[in-house]
Design a binder for this molecule. Structure first.
Ligand SMILES: NC(=O)CC[C@H](N)C(=O)O
Length: 236
């Protein structure tokens, strides 16, 4: 399986994702510069965190016009796996690959802390190593993570199991106190209707080794590899 990590001007988590995939999980992975126009040969593309184009206008609002984004849209439409982490999630929202929008954190401050997440849907290529309802710990680091969707969109997301992660207490309760940014219904990550594009605000690449305080993030990347390997052995 071959991963690609897209690098925008201002990405700052690209090397962390690359490291986890290459060194921790022993995968084939390459950087893809934002000015490229093809994703031929890749099986999963990661849009990493950072401050693409300095977050000017709105986080992700400029990056979504980068040349590579037309290829990302086409890749996603053909069923390719796309993972957007933090700024990557914001870019996927701006590009219309995921529904809804991101607002500034309701505290109007940058938040950098561990968060607990409840896995609401484990039947995805990105979460199959988790149990439904499992509580995992993954850190956040963002200024604009206050997810919003209009009532109709929110209803659709919930009906179709597209809410994948919610901020929760260590015991798995969805409370206001466990919500670090004001996100609607504590939403931390969502998937598209087709199930091949996931966006999440927390950073799984920052907790993929014990030395970093946990390995829950590693399991997300390992889920992708398991899903891919399983599909291959089924002859798909
Ligand atoms: N870590 C990140 O990707 C930061 C995302 C974005 N720049 C924000 O502050 O909201």
């Amino acid at each position: 399986m071959k991963f690609g990590v897209i690098v925008f001007p201002g990405s700052n988590c690209d090397q962390d994702v690359y490291y986890v995939l290459r060194t921790v999980l022993d995968q084939s992975v390459e950087y893809i510069w934002h000015a490229e126009t093809s994703l031929k040969g890749y099986d999963c593309v990661v849009l990493p965190g950072g401050f693409s184009y300095g977050d000017y206008l709105r986080a992700g609002a400029i990056a979504r016009f980068a040349p590579i984004m037309s290829a990302v849209v086409e890749f996603a439409q053909k069923g390719g796996l796309v993972l957007g982490i933090c700024n990557g999630f914001q870019i996927l929202l701006e590009a219309g690959l995921l529904p809804g929008a991101m607002q500034r954190n309701n505290c109007l401050q940058f938040r950098c802390q561990d968060t607990y997440l409840r896995v609401e849907n484990n039947a995805t290529p990105f979460t199959n190593r988790f149990r439904r309802g499992q509580v995992i710990k993954i850190p956040i680091a963002h200024n604009e993570g206050n997810y919003y969707a209009d009532p109709e969109t929110l209803c659709r997301l919930k009906e179709r199991g597209q809410v994948v992660f919610r901020y929760c207490t260590p015991e798995g309760e969805i409370t206001l106190k466990a919500n670090p940014n004001g996100s609607l219904e504590n939403i931390a990550g969502i998937i598209n209707e087709e199930g091949n594009v996931l966006g999440l605000m927390p950073h799984p690449e920052r907790c993929a080794e014990e030395i970093l305080g946990g390995t829950d993030g590693r399991e997300l990347f390992a889920s992708i590899i398991d899903w891919w390997t399983g599909r291959r052995s089924e002859g798909a």
